[in-house]
Design a protein around this ligand. Structure first.
Ligand code: THU
Length: 139
């Protein structure tokens, strides 16, 4: 993990807090994410669902929010997920689509901080998406 343990715990707490804004009437599964940009700013996101089942995960909401503000360099993201109204009790991991979006903007050693609400577990983007197809594959 490139970021400090203290920073990772702070990000995890922000991801847990971001779950509160989740709009998940279809899955009843609330997810929060907190994205640390290279400039030190943090953007949070939650999952937002639609009746047509084409909503957006918490991680992409955070990344797209930051990207829409011109941010392009990211250091770490924390993720927390659990049934709506329940506290997390497992380490929720990013879905495949979110991993690919991370691959677009982040280096292989991008820190992904998972939290079960109690502890944190740090993994890297390369660990979750090995041999990835990315921007460099098109060069
Ligand atoms: N979800 C996320 O937001 N992030 C994850 O890491 C896993 C899944 C959302 C998508 C959907 O709104 C709900 O959780 C159930 O899959």
């Amino acid at each position: 993990m490139k970021i400090s343990e203290a920073k990772a715990k702070e990000l995890a707490a922000q991801a847990l807090k971001a779950r509160e804004n989740s709009y998940c009437p279809y899955s009843d599964f609330a997810v929060g994410a907190a994205l640390l940009c290279a400039d030190g700013s943090v953007y949070t996101g939650c999952n937002i669902e639609t009746a047509a089942f084409n909503g957006c995960c918490a991680e992409r909401t955070a990344i797209f929010t930051a990207a829409a503000q011109g941010k392009r360099e990211f250091t770490a993201i924390a993720v927390a997920g659990a049934g709506r109204g329940s506290e997390p009790d497992f380490f929720c991991t990013p879905c495949g689509v979110c991993r690919q979006v991370m691959r677009e903007f982040c280096r292989p050693d991008f820190d992904i901080i998972l939290t079960d609400g109690k502890d944190i577990k740090a993994v890297t983007l390369d660990g979750l998406l090995p041999m990835a197809f990315g921007p460099d594959s098109l060069e």
